[in-house]
Each structure stands twice: as structure tokens, then as C-alpha cells.
Design a protein around this ligand. Structure first.
Ligand code: K1U
Ligand code: ZN
Length: 167
């Protein structure tokens, strides 16, 4: 396994659209393993391949504190959704800033696993929020796109200050 560098906003590659996975092979397994290592090392609960500059529809997630409930989504899509919720989100590509973002409350997800087997499942709460956040990354979108220009600019200034203190 290898740690991969995470692209930081406003890197233009964060705006690229990921394409579906067609080869469920050893290279995909290496990518998924590297994504878990990178996500856990960054203390994230999710990671989209776009964030490590790979334009494939691959998402890793683990909402457990013990890091023992990995969830890999390949070529995932939302096939049904209900309601709305507002949740505070963060992003490994925008360190040190958080904002409330409106999302669907309940979603039904169609996805493939690493072996190419399809399955559908329902998600709500933080899991639903995280899946929508990661799917946005695969479509070149980041959570601050949902904010007003004023709020976005304030947060980006805060991110710049945060990075000066940690780098
Ligand atoms: O996509 C990413 O950059 C990962 C992101 C996922 C996410 C977190 C919170 C709401 C929506 C999506 C993160 O994991 S950032 C780290 C973080 O803010 C967090 C970590 C653990 C629990 C809750 C938030
Ligand atoms: Zn993110």
C-alpha cells in the first residue's frame, strides 16, 4: 500500500469528471488499497479517486472510529432520494474549514464492489451525506460550491490562515 498526495483546492484537477471503471483487476485493488491508506492517514471518513488525481469512479469510506468498516463504491449512482438535511461538512482537499451543506436525507445507491458485483442499498444520516459529498468530487464539485460567494471567500481566507499555521 502507498500514501498518495491529496490534491488541495483550487487545483484544477479537482474539477475533472471521473469515468466509470471497466477493468476490475489488480490495478483497481492497488488503487483501492492506496485510497484507504491515504484516507485513514488523513483522518477522513471518505475519499474520492479525484482527490488523488485519478479520474475513475472509485470511492472509499469508513465511518467507524475503529477503522474496521470499509465501504468501497465503484461506478456508484443515486437511484432514488427523499427529503433534505443540512449537515456540517469538511473536506481533505480543503483543510481546516467546515460549512453546513444541504443534501438529500435518504438515498438509494446502486454500486459495484471491487469484484464487479452490483448491489443496491439505502443510506441516511452521515453515510448519505458522505456518499453525496464523494459523488460530487467524481463530478468535479466541492462542498463550498453550495455556499454564497461571501461565505466561500471567508472560508477560503480561513483555510489560507489555517495552512500557514500547520505548514
Ligand atoms: O471527501 C473528503 O474530503 C473526505 C471528507 C468526507 C466528509 C466529511 C464530513 C461530511 C461530509 C463528507 C472528510 O472525511 S473530512 C474530515 C472530517 O471532516 C470528518 C472526519 C470524521 C468525522 C466527521 C468529519
Ligand atoms: Zn471532500
Amino acid at each position: 500500500m502507498a500514501l498518495r498526495p491529496i490534491l488541495r483546492f483550487p487545483n484544477a484537477h479537482l474539477r475533472l469528471t471521473a469515468v466509470p471503471v471497466t477493468q476490475f483487476d489488480a490495478n483497481l485493488t492497488i488503487l483501492v488499497n492506496d485510497m484507504y491508506e491515504t484516507m485513514y492517514a488523513g483522518l477522513g471518513i471518505g475519499l474520492a479517486a479525484t482527490q488523488i488525481d485519478v479520474q475513475l469512479q472509485v470511492i472509499t469510506m469508513d465511518l467507524s472510529e475503529s477503522h474496521d468498516q470499509p465501504l468501497t463504491l465503484i461506478n456508484a449512482s443515486i437511484v432514488d432520494q427523499h427529503g433534505s438535511q443540512i449537515c456540517e461538512e469538511g473536506c481533505l482537499s480543503l483543510p481546516g474549514i467546515y460549512a453546513d451543506v444541504p443534501r438529500a436525507k435518504e438515498i438509494r445507491v446502486l454500486t459495484f464492489n471491487e469484484h464487479g458485483n452490483a448491489r443496491e442499498f439505502d443510506a441516511d444520516g452521515l453515510l448519505a451525506v458522505c456518499i453525496q459529498h464523494e459523488l460530487d468530487h467524481l463530478h468535479g464539485k466541492v462542498f463550498i460550491d453550495y455556499l454564497s460567494a461571501l461565505k466561500r471567500d471567508r472560508l477560503l481566507l480561513k483555510m489560507t490562515k489555517h495552512l500557514k499555521t500547520v505548514l
